[in-house]
Ligand binder design. Structure first.
Ligand SMILES: Cc1cc2nc3c(=O)[nH]c(=O)nc-3n(C[C@H](O)[C@H](O)[C@H](O)COP(=O)(O)O)c2cc1C
Length: 215
């Protein structure tokens, strides 16, 4: 069982990364072979429109652009489980997340009939961390993020979306111009909720990595 974990948030040790590391621990404890990758360490862009993935006779579900992302795309298509995380930036996933999805999605899309070249089954856990409270998320982000999660159904498996609300963006708010946040409220929410979020992430990583691997 292979589990690939992709951090599409730039910060390597903060909220999204901690959720993903917990999910990765769950996967490892379930016996999966886990690879954890910080996408911001890699050099790549979104799709360059080279059209090589649509050339006649070429291997499907392979991005031909030569940069750091193409081998990761190969690894995703060979995995059993994808655990991916992003912070919410201005109401959307990060730009890195979009660059990855653009490449992953386009190289598996048939331009003959818009079907999906990918016939495998990869279960996906998508983790989204944000300043927003659950109420704000439900009102303004939920529908949008459910659509982003749905897009990952191109990988043929089950997709679960895990929103992590009201995160601590910085450890000392007094050092920043962030008056719209109440530090003590933020810290209370963090102490109350984040340990549960980490446990839930662990469980998702564990359960997904225990589901039947592909033959
Ligand atoms: C550029 C930028 C834009 C952001 N936009 C939003 C936003 O629109 N909504 C929101 O709830 N949080 C927003 N945030 C806050 C982050 O989503 C939140 O702090 C998240 O947990 C950060 O994840 P990280 O700790 O893994 O970096 C933004 C943060 C940054 C840096």
């Amino acid at each position: 069982m292979k589990t690939i974990v992709l951090n599409a948030s730039p910060r390597k040790a903060r909220n999204t990364a901690q959720l993903l590391k917990s999910a990765a621990d769950g996967a490892r404890d379930a016996g999966a072979e886990v690879e954890y990758i910080d996408l911001y360490d890699l050099t790549f862009t979104g799709c360059r429109g080279c059209m090589l993935c649509k050339r006649k006779g070429v291997e499907r579900c392979h991005c031909y652009w030569k940069d750091d992302l193409s081998p990761i795309i190969d690894k995703i298509f060979r995995a059993d489980v994808l655990l991916i995380g992003t912070a919410i930036y201005l109401g959307r996933p990060t730009s890195r997340y979009f660059e990855l999805i653009e490449r992953l999605h386009f190289c598996s899309l048939s331009y003959d009939d818009y079907s999906n070249y990918f016939t495998g089954k990869i279960n996906v856990g998508m983790f989204v961390s944000m300043n927003a409270t659950k109420e704000f998320y439900d009102r303004l982000y939920k529908t949008k993020f459910e659509k982003y999660a749905k897009e990952l159904e191109i990988l043929g498996g089950k997709v679960i979306l895990y929103p992590c609300y009201d995160t601590l963006q910085v450890s000392d708010y007094s050092k920043f111009n962030m008056a719209s946040f109440d530090e003590s409220k933020k810290k209370l929410a963090h102490e109350k909720n984040f340990p549960k979020d980490l446990e839930n992430a662990y469980r998702i990583g564990q359960e997904f990595s225990m589901l039947t691997p592909k033959q």
